[in-house]
Design a protein around this ligand. Sequence first.
Ligand SMILES: NC(=O)C1=CN([C@@H]2O[C@H](COP(=O)(O)OP(=O)(O)OC[C@H]3O[C@@H](n4cnc5c(N)ncnc54)[C@H](OP(=O)(O)O)[C@@H]3O)[C@@H](O)[C@H]2O)C=CC1
Ligand SMILES: CC(=O)N[C@@H](CCC(=O)OP(=O)(O)O)C(=O)O
Length: 344
Amino acid sequence: MKVGIIGATGYGGLELIRFLHNHPEVEKIELFTSSEEGTIFSSKFGHLLTIHDQALRKIEAETLSTFDVVFTSTPSGVTSTLLPPLVGVGPKLIDLSGDYRIKDLNEYEKWYKNPPAPQEIVNLSVYGLTEWNAGNIKTANLIANPGCYPTAVLLSILPLIKERLIDPQHLIIDAKSGVSGAGNKPSQLTHYSEMNENFAIYKVNEHQHIPEIEQAIEMFADARTTISFNTHLVPMTRGILATTYAPVLPGVTNQQLNDCLLETYKNHPFVRVVSDVSSLGTNRVKGSNYCDIFVKLDERTNRATIVGVIDNLVKGAAGQAIQNMNVQFDLPEKTGLDVIPLFI
Ligand SMILES: NC(=O)C1=CN([C@@H]2O[C@H](COP(=O)(O)OP(=O)(O)OC[C@H]3O[C@@H](n4cnc5c(N)ncnc54)[C@H](OP(=O)(O)O)[C@@H]3O)[C@@H](O)[C@H]2O)C=CC1
Ligand SMILES: CC(=O)N[C@@H](CCC(=O)OP(=O)(O)O)C(=O)O
């Protein structure tokens, strides 16, 4: 397979390179840039010295059309215009940005504050939550890879909503992320001296992942709902831990909640149902494509505490994108992704 990466110099792009380098079906990886054409990649990223010493290439539709797969890992608002000429002309397109996730263009514009992609192309795109949409991903020409927070949240709550064990109304989702979630562009929020030794809430009630989570709950669990969702920045580099508080339906037991998660994911190698909370944490998934999930009923309040944990750059971005590529090419989902988390 010949693979192109647009946005290779970003955090998502660097993770794509790390995994694709060891992918047995990938013969060639070419890296594209909007700002540094000709730069030798390893001169910018020393950890890739002798591994990727090639020059960054200019983004050109004609060149890209010769590839088998093109990953785009660019800020929102870029692929809405970059990808339409490439749809259906050859390569499978896997977009890590939010530009093709939201089907309602008014909603996209409202939350992302960018002009949307053309409706007919958005209609063609397939939401790449692998464990829930593999049937459609298999034949998709354009995949909208899910956002990092939605991945952690949806994998943990969807089975329980679908099986009508929790009430999808009144969901309260409290999510925390490491700083790499904000990408490589420095900002006041991620400035070391202001972020270190600090714990902050941001985008209060305005996070762009709200419509994506609501849309997916409707799509996969057939429930319309409005969620309370907030995000926090933790002074660490990688990882997301998202906790959802959800009312359980009358008579539902802790055993039923856990059995539902175990049953749903019994044939999905990257989702692990954790029974002992001491085994849960961002360093249990760091650097890997695992999503660890946990549920416990609070019998005092009749609410379930549901937790999803991922590495935002792997299962939340590059790893899930490669998992989707594997599905498209009929390869085992773990191909190229079978690594043990870093832990320490
Ligand atoms: N970081 C994360 O945890 C996650 C990120 N995402 C999403 O994935 C995408 C990439 O994220 P991330 O890697 O963190 O972002 P970064 O900011 O780290 O990197 C984005 C890259 O995009 C390239 N780029 C910038 N502007 C343009 C442009 N106009 N045309 C083409 N390329 C451009 C840049 O490379 P160059 O200048 O070389 O072109 C840059 O290195 C974003 O949409 C993000 O929201 C999704 C899930 C998780
Ligand atoms: C810590 C941090 O800033 N995280 C980013 C992650 C979102 C992201 O990656 O953007 P899209 O998925 O919408 O493309 C944020 O909260 O906006």
